[in-house]
Design a protein around this ligand. Structure first.
Ligand code: SIN
Length: 326
């Protein structure tokens, strides 16, 4: 019997980070190459064969269309390769939720795709990277991981890409949370336990991967922000996500300015700057041609808006229908 074969794509982040001293707080992300990482993982009895490939080695604040495109292409090829059973992407935690959600929207998902990161560099006291990675191997090699979209493994928890969000800048166990669903499984090096059934019957990509990413800035609302400032942000924009106060609110003058722009074709999404900020439609949204982000936070709303605009979905009612869908 042949071992399960997992493709491991390195992109950098703290999981590949080095401080040079186990006691130091500051460190450089993206220092360890994927081959070195997999050699180190060879210390554990994992019963899988790895194929490593370095896609990038950057802090995840530098992830963007170019690296996303390569990642998407390589994973699409892996889906067609009968010799591979699952895919792991090592990734910085800062923007892992965005990459995971973009891939979730645009990949064919006939095999598990798992993102994994770490909150502490590889040489820190109590580093979490290798444990998270071993957990990710368990998820990526499990038949039961199919039909659950792209997954993110952090701190002995499995989160669905749509729900996952980084909620703390420090700490290993509780840096990520899921919303509106919490974690979808618990995972350790010796066990994987799902909390429910798979939720995706159709493994086809939901949307085509964008050939160009449209400009969709995030406007962070706060008391006293002025339409002139908001307007400057919108130069070249095809859409905007408002990280609104409370349930997607903004000063009246900004709302009026955005309604005028929406009437001229700008896609306006009302999200919330509050973590776990559910934003439902309000009666004025129809007249304003605004879209409510529902459970998606501003950064994920931006990813979805870019994908929809790139796929020619611009009508606010049609966009709303996609935001409404789990
Ligand atoms: C990054 O996102 O690249 C740095 C932070 C991390 O990985 O935890």
């Amino acid at each position: 019997m042949t071992n399960t074969r997992i493709l491991v794509l390195g992109t950098g982040g703290t999981i590949a980070g080095i401080a040079g001293d186990a006691m130091r707080h500051d460190y450089q992300p993206g220092q360890i190459g994927i081959d070195e990482w997999l050699e180190d993982a060879g210390r554990y009895t994992l019963d899988v064969d790895f194929v490593g490939r370095q896609i990038a080695n950057v802090g995840s604040e530098n992830m963007g269309p170019q690296i996303w495109k390569v990642l998407h292409e390589v994973i699409c090829e892996a889906m067609e390769d009968d010799a591979l059973d699952g895919i792991i992407v090592t990734h910085g935690t800062d923007t892992a939720e965005e990459t995971a959600f973009l891939l979730d929207l645009t990949l064919p998902l006939t095999k598990p795709v798992v993102l994994v990161g770490a909150m502490r560099p590889a040489d820190a006291v109590g580093s979490d990277g290798m444990r998270n990675f071993v957990n990710a191997v368990r998820v990526a090699s499990a038949e039961s991981s199919k039909g659950r979209g792209v997954l993110l493994v952090m701190g002995d928890r499995v989160l669905a890409a749509r729900d996952a969000r980084k909620v703390r800048t420090r700490g290993t166990d509780d840096a990520f949370r899921g919303f509106p669903r919490g974690s979808v499984a618990i995972v350790t090096p010796s066990a994987l336990e799902w909390f429910g059934n798979p939720w995706r019957d159709d493994p086809s990509p939901r949307f085509a991967f964008p050939s160009e990413f449209p400009e969709v800035p995030i406007l962070y609302a706060a008391g006293g922000i002025r339409p002139s400032m908001a307007g400057r942000l919108l130069e070249d924009a095809q859409g905007v996500v408002v990280a609104g106060v409370g349930e997607g609110n903004m000063p009246e003058a900004v709302r009026a300015m955005l309604a005028k722009r929406a009437a001229n074709g700008l896609l306006v999404i009302r999200a919330s700057r509050v973590d776990e900020g559910l934003v439902d439609r309000e009666p004025e949204d129809d007249a304003n041609r605004f879209v409510a982000s529902r459970a998606l936070n501003p950064q994920k709303s931006r990813i979805l808006a870019m994908v929809l605009l790139a796929n020619g979905v611009t009508d606010p009612a049609k966009v709303q229908a996609v935001f409404d869908r789990p």
